[in-house]
Write a protein that binds this ligand. Structure first.
Ligand code: PRP
Ligand code: MN
Ligand code: MG
Length: 183
């Protein structure tokens, strides 16, 4: 698996520092608020657990599974709600946990949904923000790194559902997605 990576973009250390920094920031900002973290499956799994354990406040966590990429390198544009939250977000301070904001479509879909369900306040905490990818206006409030125009995998981010378990974020060798490899 590591052989498929051309280079590391954000190392284990870089990510650890970002989780620590944002966890501290959230601790300050949500001191008496008891927020609910909404982890967006599947990409945000590692980021969610790493940030939440840096937060010294009373916080809940819940999961929602939405999908847009259908396994490829480009967004399909259509968001599917695969598995819903179990919590009621009405009147709650919500923090959406994402691994990456690219076109912004997933985030917009989630914000619309949470607003419709009467969340009190919605903020977004993402490991990676790729502003050049934006198709719809969607903003993150807490950002680990601004990502240049690259297709990256690892630390939750997949290519055809694989590479999520890499502990760092890296760029795939082009040969991997040019079909040089049998699936
Ligand atoms: C990826 C990523 C974000 C979203 C960002 O999820 O984890 O949720 O796409 O892209 P966007 O800003 O263009 O909408 P994906 O749909 O691939 O599902 P996954 O998290 O299960 O990999
Ligand atoms: Mn995702
Ligand atoms: Mg994906």
């Amino acid at each position: 698996m590591n052989n498929d990576i051309e280079r590391t973009l954000y190392s284990v250390e870089d990510i650890k520092e970002a989780a620590h920094r944002l966890g501290q920031q959230l601790t300050e900002d949500y001191q008496d608020k008891r927020p609910i973290l909404i982890s967006v499956l599947k990409g945000a799994i590692l980021w969610t657990v790493d940030v939440m354990r840096e937060m010294d406040i009373m916080a809940e966590v819940d999961f929602i599974d939405v999908s847009s990429y259908h396994g490829g390198v480009a967004s399909a544009g259509e968001i599917q709600l695969v598995h819903d939250l179990s919590a009621d977000v009405a009147g709650r301070n919500v923090i959406i946990m994402e691994d990456i904001i690219d076109t912004g479509r997933t985030l917009q879909f989630l914000i619309d949904l949470l607003k419709q369900r009467q969340a009190k306040d919605i903020k977004v905490c993402t490991l990676l923000d790729k502003p050049e990818g934006r198709v719809v206006a969607a903003k993150a409030d807490y950002v680990g790194f601004k990502l240049p125009k690259e297709f990256v995998v690892g630390y939750g981010l997949d290519y055809k559902e694989f590479y999520r378990n890499l502990p760092y974020v890296g760029v795939l060798k082009p040969s991997v997605y040019e079909g040089d490899r049998p699936e």
